[in-house]
Design a binder for this molecule. Structure first.
Ligand SMILES: O=C(O)CCC(=O)C(=O)O
Ligand SMILES: [Fe+2]
Length: 262
């Protein structure tokens, strides 16, 4: 894909994603902090267009509420109620899937762009990136309305790529603590996780704005999105890739998050 196609979608002046120095600078930041936020990555024109699309297709969104523990497993009720494996955490959101994102959406142009994928590979240290084999999981748009939140969790995937499209007036903030899954001995960090869930430990706030590209390593860094307050919906696009071709999201996950398999 030609870089001219990204012009108008990505601010290539401030984010010269082809540039070797720019790439290594981004990689350094991600390696050091476990997160990389590139503000104003999308142009205002692209944000406006994605917002129009997100608004047009919002009635198609599948809304779900899930109960899980921080490991995204079912709670283990045999353990004490305060234990991180038995603590019930709530997450709720609406989602539209890849097949519902218009064919000419700036999101799809970006997602499919060789230049963007090369940049991601360089920053993430991946050899190659592939779209999901199923028709739903590659590009998603998430909607979080008033009161909706993503509870504390560790991701199953080693990296996540998101673009914030609309920021709510209040709430819907991304909070995290880096390297929180294991203690210094490599054991599950149950005590600190319990303290975090009890509000004894303060998390960090990750500020993102419409147009921000966020690369996040969430497998070992606990994170959440606080409940949205007010009528302005939080809209976020998730760009999901695999390191290998022909991988589909599990049927169980598709049923949970999309309510269908295809
Ligand atoms: O909504 C976000 O900013 C993060 C989403 C997230 O953590 C996830 O989908 O696992
Ligand atoms: Fe996550």
């Amino acid at each position: 894909m030609k870089s001219t196609q990204l012009r108008g979608i990505v601010d290539l002046i401030n984010h010269p994603i082809k540039n070797t120095d720019y790439r290594s600078n981004c990689k350094e930041k991600l390696d050091k902090n476990g997160v990389l936020v590139l503000d104003n990555f999308l142009t205002q024109k692209a944000i406006d267009r994605i917002l129009i699309e997100a608004d047009k297709y919002k009635s198609l969104a599948y809304y779900c509420t899930n109960y899980h523990n921080v490991y995204l497993n079912k709670q283990d009720d045999s353990l004490p109620k305060s234990h991180p494996r038995s603590r019930k955490i709530i997450s709720s959101k609406g989602c539209i899937t890849d097949d519902q994102v218009p064919i000419d959406s700036p999101l799809r142009v970006l997602y499919s762009s060789d230049e963007f994928q090369d940049f991601l590979c360089a920053v993430l240290g991946e050899m190659e990136l592939h779209n999901y084999y199923d028709s739903l999981s590659s590009i998603n748009i998430h909607y979080a309305k008033q009161g909706q939140e993503l509870g504390w969790h560790f991701d199953n995937s080693s990296f996540a790529i998101t673009l914030l499209i609309q920021k709510p007036t209040k709430g819907g903030q991304f909070e995290y603590i880096r390297d929180f899954r294991y203690d210094s001995q490599g054991n599950d960090n149950y005590k600190d996780i319990e303290d975090l869930l009890d509000g004894i430990i303060e998390p960090n706030l990750l500020v993102m704005n419409p147009g921000s590209l966020v690369l996040f390593r969430g497998k070992e860094s606990i994170h959440r999105v606080t409940p949205v307050e007010g009528n302005k919906v939080r809209i976020l696009s998730v760009l999901a890739y695999n390191s290998e071709p022909n991988i589909a999201l599990s049927e169980e996950a598709r049923m949970t998050f999309y309510g269908r398999l295809k």
